[in-house]
Ligand binder design. Structure first.
Ligand code: ADE
Length: 234
């Protein structure tokens, strides 16, 4: 079974509209839906917003269904002028940008007392994802930076390190947490985000404008992945 997650209802709603034979259950107040998309067995759910919610629910789904792959989709802010609203960023690597232990001599994003800093998706999933051709906008492979912070203006201190220290391409609030839990559980994963804003002073209004169609591009991406996954060796 493939688990497909997004943080918010709007980020998964179109997945549900094409799901067949849907069976819904509830865990900790959040619905989870099992069924078929284009004949493939999937579990769809939202995680809730932020790293803790995303990590907790990712572990829950891994324990519950032992997925053969986990896809995380949704919206993100762009950190580069060349990456525009409507584009897709597929995570080539992810990092927790708000994990900072400089006093221990560690670079930003490094988990203390471990060698984990950047998280790398499953190579076969990344290769498959990179063949995705979006109906609108460009597709980029890039660095996704995750933190419990909605980035809204270029004067924020985080803006400087997201650009200079981390050379990030996109910023969001769940991806690296999902990636970490999957990596530790040896579950193949991939994160793909649609750009909703430029992480600047217009970010909130832009995000709110894009939110109602947040899962439109993600659905096309997930359908591309499901088609390709059925051709990959088990
Ligand atoms: N998700 C979408 N846009 C974002 C932003 N600007 N900051 C953090 N997460 C986001």
């Amino acid at each position: 079974m493939i688990v497909v997650l997004g943080a918010m209802d709007a980020e998964i709603t179109e997945f549900l509209s094409v799901m067949r034979e849907r069976k819904t259950s509830i865990w900790q107040g959040i619905e989870e839906h099992r069924g078929l998309i284009d004949g493939h067995s999937v579990l769809i759910s939202k995680t809730g917003v932020g790293k803790a919610m995303a990590a907790m629910r990712t572990q829950h789904f891994i324990d519950k269904v032992s997925p053969s792959a986990l896809l995380f989709t949704g919206l993100a802010g762009s950190l580069k002028l060349s990456i525009r609203i409507g584009d897709t960023v597929i995570g080539r690597d992810l990092i927790q940008h708000d994990l900072e232990s400089k006093v221990l001599g560690l670079p930003r994003g490094q988990i203390p007392y471990s060698d984990i800093r950047f998280l790398y998706p499953d190579p076969a999933l990344l290769a498959l994802g990179s063949k995705y051709q979006a109906r609108e906008g460009c597709v980029h492979l890039g660095r996704i930076c995750t933190g419990d912070q909605f980035i809204t203006h270029r004067e924020m201190s985080s803006h400087a390190y997201l650009h200079n220290e981390l050379a990030g391409d996109a910023v969001e609030m769940e991806g690296a947490a999902v990636a970490l839990v999957c990596t530790l559980n040896q579950v193949p994963w991939l994160v793909a985000r649609t750009i909703s804003d430029m992480a600047d002073e217009d970010a909130v209004s832009s995000f709110e404008e894009v939110l109602p169609r947040a899962s439109h591009n993600s659905l096309a991406f997930v359908q591309h992945m499901l088609r390709g996954l059925s051709c990959l060796p088990a």
